[in-house]
Design a protein around this ligand. Structure first.
Ligand code: PMP
Length: 412
């Protein structure tokens, strides 16, 4: 038998995009009703960490990860401008070749100081930090035990490596222990947890989970993307807050949330950590962050070390919004506020999209989140608060939600 084509034959064309047809159809149906595209909004101008102009109108931002409001901090901006003047617009190279500038070393030192750890390695994004660290440290014959609600970058890091991947039910300590117990004797084990889970804004019982992980000889990686700067007495995250940071082998974080710019990192006390700079492909085979970005990050991280007042105000905002929305009759992702994320559960995508648009018309931007990003097929309006939201803005937001909820028929 031959499967070669003769000279006059052509093979059937397979459109590689046909796999996206169901999603294309779903979007077409949603937008055909005149619904504004919730995934296509443009910020025409950004006035402050909490206000932008969208569709020509000033809009309160309640769907950014700008938790500590550092994006317009005058010192942060000045540091970025100075670095542009002194070092140019970009490094045009990898960290291991021509792409390590004084600023990259300075931001890594700021991270070591911030976390009180020995080593820090900066990546171009938090996504790449997870991709790189996870795929590099857990290899063939090793086991990764992780929460089923882990962020996409964690799953992709697992997929890129060769380890066996064993998920367990969200925040379920017993389920995690059961998985750990079954791993063959002598195998390497990595437990991956998050401090704050970003869809519902709930936190992990890290202290108990890490104790179990250590009992089974596992190393522990905690992604503190949504807690850095805010949670814990020094803003080091949920592990600091629960007094178990010393038992975490690797903390993953990002500059794209509380730090207010872009970039990712891993901090660790592991004595051999520095070898990662040579073996971690998403660190080696990509260009390093621009000098202006690392300069803004350094200034922001150092200011976040002394941001106790901002942290306290952000907690107030989170509590006020949680109570206000709950009292208005909305269903919230957590019974109590646990982070700066308040997730409002919508009955379905259509109602969620309608509510999102009604809020936008009120002058409020929130995140519409839908599967596969969300757990249990939920449609969520995710509200993320900022330390720069004033108490008045939070009251305004509660009023906007109440009016929109009635108009869309979510509230009685
Ligand atoms: N980890 C978690 C838990 C996240 O939510 C995100 C981004 N939303 C990332 C990592 C990736 O961060 P970055 O934006 O820096 O790529």
């Amino acid at each position: 038998m031959t499967d070669m084509l003769s000279e006059n034959e052509t093979a059937a064309h397979v459109d590689l995009f046909s796999k996206f047809d169901p999603l294309i159809e779903m979007r077409r149906n949603l937008l055909s009703t005149g619904q504004e595209d919730p995934f296509g909004l443009v910020m025409e101008r950004v006035v402050s960490p909490t206000v932008a102009v969208c569709n020509g109108r000033e809009t309160i931002l309640l769907g950014t990860y700008n938790y500590m409001g550092m994006t317009f901090d005058p010192d942060v901006i000045a540091a970025g401008k100075q670095a542009l003047d002194d070092f140019g617009s970009g490094t045009t190279g990898s960290r291991v070749l021509n792409g390590t500038y004084a600023g990259h070393k300075a931001v890594e030192q700021a991270l070591c100081d911030f976390y009180g750890m020995d080593h820090a390695m900066v990546f171009s994004t938090g996504y790449q930090a997870n991709l790189g660290i996870i795929s590099t440290i857990a290899g063939k014959g090793d086991y990764i035990v992780l929460d089923i609600d882990s962020h996409a970058s964690i799953w992709d890091g697992c997929k890129m490596g060769d380890a066996e991947v064993v998920p367990f039910k969200h925040n379920d300590i017993e389920a995690m222990e059961k998985r750990l117990r079954r791993i063959p004797e002598g195998a390497g084990k990595l437990v991956i947890l998050e401090g704050v889970y970003s869809m519902l804004g709930d936190i992990a019982p890290l202290k108990e989970m890490i104790a179990v992980a250590k009992k089974y000889g596992a190393m522990v990686l905690v992604d503190e993307a949504h807690s850095m700067g805010f949670i814990g007495p020094n803003g080091r995250g949920v592990a600091e807050d629960q007094d178990c940071l010393d038992d975490v082998d690797f903390v993953i974080g990002t500059f794209s949330k509380s730090v207010g710019t872009v970039g990712g990192f891993c901090v660790s006390n592991h004595p051999k950590f520095e070898i990662m700079r040579l073996v971690c492909r998403p660190y080696v085979f990509t260009a390093s962050l621009p000098p202006s970005v690392v300069a803004t990050a350094t200034t922001s991280i150092r200011k976040l070390m002394h941001a106790g007042d901002k942290r306290a105000h952000l907690w107030e905002n989170s509590k006020t919004l949680h109570k206000g929305l709950k009292d208005a009759g909305f269903q919230i992702g957590t019974d109590e506020p646990q982070s700066a994320i308040i997730a409002v559960i919508m009955p379905d995508l259509e109602k969620g999209a309608a509510m999102w648009e009604a809020l936008l018309h009120e002058g409020l931007y929130v995140n519409l989140a839908r599967p596969p990003a969300t757990p249990a097929n939920m449609t969520l309006l995710r509200c993320s608060l900022c330390a720069e939201h004033s108490a008045e803005q939070v009251q305004q937001i509660i009023g906007m939600f109440t009016r929109a909820g009635k108009a869309v028929g979510i509230l009685g």
